[in-house]
Design a protein around this ligand. Structure first.
Ligand SMILES: [Zn+2]
Ligand SMILES: [Zn+2]
Length: 332
């Protein structure tokens, strides 16, 4: 009998699905690409035909212009070559999907990026038992245990209300994290307008078009310091320490990221209020997911593979690392 999963191949530029002649999240242009979600390290421009959820295609169109390809709704099954392919929710960002493939009685699930805790901006991760689970491991070390999201949001609000003459400037990745922070703030009863850096505006609009309620959003451009005092301002991480932030009223600099667990990372960005809020599974979520899916094999991609590989082996699950290039951890 052939080795399990021998019909998919890990190449440096992505995962190649041979019987469908398709690539998953390729880092270079390919004739046929299946894209798990819209983050730039997974969704590149220039492919011949893209298969992705309607939300992901819309995100790619915002970034790269119109995409040739085909939308696939969650849970629809499509036959491509000799493979049945289905996209199921990954709980990572709007439109994010795991790719479930069946071929000759074997089922392989490629997780893309995922998390298990609830996120008001996208449907929850759906566990699909499989023979081979290809998992990310961005936070694949036992030290990474993300706290409860609500308590991090409460810390933000406490800081905001403690000095109404200042604003709290939150650095958040433009796709997903920024909109999630808004919906989490709304869920904690924060109804005030939230100010935004212009670079996030198009993605906010796109989320709203897909039915995600964000409440009243305002532009920082044109707003006075006085107007922004006592308010939350959200900007891409790159804007935290640049000239742009001088227009804000004495900002308390915050950053929402799983990396805020590491003090040194917070210091590097001059972050006064580190918020540990991540769109990736933490150590407990990774191991819980593998237990739940009970695959025969786990293949581990971008991240800290060693510890998770070791954990799998001690739980009698065969595991290996896939060395894919071009994935960054910016979308944490
Ligand atoms: Zn991502
Ligand atoms: Zn990723």
């Amino acid at each position: 009998m052939a080795r399990l999963g021998s019909w998919i191949k890990a190449c440096p530029e992505g995962i190649y699905v041979e019987p469908a002649d398709a690539w998953i999240d390729p880092s270079v242009p390919k004739a046929r690409a299946w894209v798990t979600h819209g983050h730039a390290d997974h969704a590149r421009g220039g492919h011949g035909a893209v298969l992705a959820t309607p939300e992901t295609l819309a995100i790619m169109a915002t970034r790269y212009g119109p995409q040739s390809g085909q939308p696939i709704a969650y849970d629809d099954t499509l036959r491509v070559g000799e493979v049945d392919v289905r996209f199921v929710p990954a709980g990572h960002v709007l439109g994010s999907a795991q790719i479930v493939m069946e071929h000759r009685g074997e089922r392989i699930v490629v997780s893309g990026d995922y998390k298990r805790r609830s996120d008001p901006t996208c449907p929850c991760f759906v566990p699909v038992p499989c023979d081979v689970f290809v998992t990310e491991a961005t936070f694949g070390l036992p030290v990474f245990r993300h706290p409860d999201t609500g308590s991090e949001i409460d810390r933000l609000l406490h800081r905001l209300h403690s000095d109404p003459s200042r604003c709290v400037l939150v650095g958040a990745y433009a796709l997903g994290k920024a909109q999630r922070i808004v919906t989490e703030l709304r869920a904690r009863g924060h109804d005030a307008p939230i100010y935004f850096h212009g670079a996030i505006e198009r993605l906010n609009q796109l989320y709203q078009e897909f039915g995600v309620e964000l409440g009243e959003l305002r532009h920082t451009a044109g707003a006075t310091k006085q107007e922004m005092a006592g308010h939350v301002v959200i900007a891409p991480p790159g804007a935290l320490n640049d000239r742009w932030s001088r227009r804000l009223p004495d900002p308390v600099t915050a950053m929402a990221s799983g990396w805020m667990r590491i003090r040194q990372r917070a210091r590097q960005r001059n972050v006064e209020l580190p918020l540990i809020i991540s769109d990736h599974a933490d150590w407990d979520e990774l191991t819980m997911t593998i237990r739940e899916l009970a695959p025969s094999e786990v293949w581990i991609t971008h991240g800290r593979e060693e510890a998770l590989k070791h954990w799998c082996m001690t739980h009698q699950i065969k595991a290996c690392e896939l060395n894919l290039v071009g994935y960054e951890d910016e979308d944490d």
